[in-house]
Design a protein around this ligand. Structure first.
Ligand code: FPP
Length: 237
């Protein structure tokens, strides 16, 4: 089986999964969080080199106050726990998104996590928090405009590689496979630039039930596709 180098996942369906079990939505997030730990282990075991998950979008602030608070509580405890997981598994963790919107405590947890894990290379695990693809592109363009105005970036230098470098994911290869759980068939503002040539896999399975078997199923699906880039096969194939 050809394992995709970079897998991106839109973690969807926690709320509906919990409600279908007669439980509050926040319970779904707790189970979703536990499942994320399991799937990180499975991805490592399969040899995935980059894993990027969409945990909180720029739109998610519109959810009820109780749900947002429950998610923040979960992020605080998960980010702390992640330090041990990163050290134990030699995983580098990066957080992408506009993180200044979070509490000081969460920002400190993120800074610590990124610093502690920065030299690990068994896998890069990117967590998208307060992330939106358009927001990321807007921030990148602002930065480029600032540098152009200061005379340190010339318009002629700007090409696709240069733009990629200004994104939150700078230095990380684009995803080979995007998985979205729980039935919706949308990108929902995730990695808009980076997903240009990514294979898309949608499953009805809700995130809390997405396990190793499901992951392998998604990878097999990816393997069965004839990956083409504008009619030309990818160079490494
Ligand atoms: C989508 O389910 C999930 C989220 C908005 C939050 C994802 C968060 C986690 C899996 C928690 C763990 C993550 C980290 C990094 C700690 P939904 O609420 O949109 O479900 P629904 O579509 O059924 O309403």
């Amino acid at each position: 089986m050809n394992i995709p180098r970079h897998i991106a996942i839109i973690l969807d369906g926690n709320g509906r999964w919990a409600q279908s079990h007669g439980m509050p939505r926040t319970y779904g997030h707790i189970r979703g969080c536990a499942n994320l730990e399991t799937v990180v282990d499975e991805a490592l075991d399969l040899g995935v080199k980059y894993l990027t998950v969409y945990a909180f979008s720029t739109e998610n602030w519109k959810r009820s106050k109780d749900e947002v608070e429950a998610l923040m509580k979960l992020f605080r405890s998960y980010l702390k726990k992640c330090i041990r997981v990163a050290v134990h598994n030699q995983i580098r963790i990066r957080v992408i998104g506009e993180t200044t919107a979070f509490s000081k405590e969460i920002q400190q947890n993120i800074a610590e996590l990124e610093e502690v894990s920065k030299d690990y290379d068994r896998m890069v695990f990117q967590i998208a928090l307060n992330y939106g693809g358009r927001d990321e592109l807007t921030r990148a363009m602002r930065q480029m405009a600032r540098e152009a105005a200061a005379g340190t970036l010339s318009p002629e230098e700007i090409d696709e590689t240069k733009i990629s470098g200004y994104l939150d994911t700078g230095g990380i290869p684009d995803p080979d496979l995007l998985i979205r759980t729980s039935g919706e068939k949308r990108i929902s503002n995730f990695l808009l630039w980076q997903l240009a040539y990514t294979e898309l896999y949608f499953t009805d399975v809700p995130w809390p039930e997405f396990d190793r078997e499901q992951l392998i199923c998604a990878i097999e699906h990816y393997n069965n596709r004839d990956r083409r880039f504008g009619g030309v096969k990818k160079k490494d194939e």
